[in-house]
Ligand binder design. Sequence first.
Ligand code: CA
Length: 236
Amino acid sequence: MNERTVLIVEDEFAIRDMLRMALEIAEYNCLEADNIQDAYRMIVDDRPDLVLLDWMLPGGSGLELLRRLKRNDSTRELPVIMLTAKTAEDNVVQGLDVGADDYITKPFAPRELIARIKSLLRRAGGGEAYERMQVSELVLDAESRRVFLGQSLVDMGPTEFKLLHFFMSHPERAYTRGQLLDQVWGANVYVEERTVDVHIRRLRKALQTEVADYSNLIQTVRGTGYRFSSIGSSAS
Ligand code: CA
C-alpha cells in the first residue's frame, strides 16, 4: 500500500508484462507505454513517481526521452532507471551522464529491480524514510547517527557509519574501491584504495554481534569491489 506509480516504457510486450506483474506484487501502480511519445504524454498528464525506461524503442530511443526529461524543470527531478540490454560500459556511462539515476541490465531478477526502485524512491522522497533505513533487524538512524541490531546499539567508528549509510542507501549495486572512496571519503581526499578494505573489515566485524551476524550483507564482488545486498544472505 505505497500508492506510488511507476511508468514502464518498454516495447517488448513480454518484458513489459513481467515488469508490470513484479511491480503489482510489490504494490506499485503501473502505467505502460511502448514508445517515447506516449511515455512523455503520460509523464506530463499522469505524473508517475518513477520511470523504468528501455533503451531501444521504436520512434526514438530511451536516451532521447531521458534528455528531454532532464531539460525540463518540471520533469528534471523524476527518477529514471534505464533498462538496458547493452552491457557495453560506455552505454551505461552515457545514460548516467545524461541523468539516469540508475540502470539495470537485462536480463534481471524482478526482485533486484524492486530493490532498486525502493531505494531510488526513498532517496528521491527524502524525509523520514531516508533518515531511517532498515534491513531486517538492522536499523540505521541517520539523524542520531546510530545503528541498531534488534534492540541493541551497534558500536562502530564514524567511517564505518558513513560506509554503512552509503551502502544502505545504495543497495544491490557493486562499487569499486575508487567509487567508495569518492562517495564516502570524498573525491578530493587522497587515501589508498586498500584503506577501503580495512574499513570494510571493521564494518563487517561491527555487524557481527552476539544478537545476530549481519556481516554477510557486505559482499565482496570479485574483480570489482563491494556491494550491500540482502539477496542471498541470511538477513533477507
Ligand atoms: Ca526495446
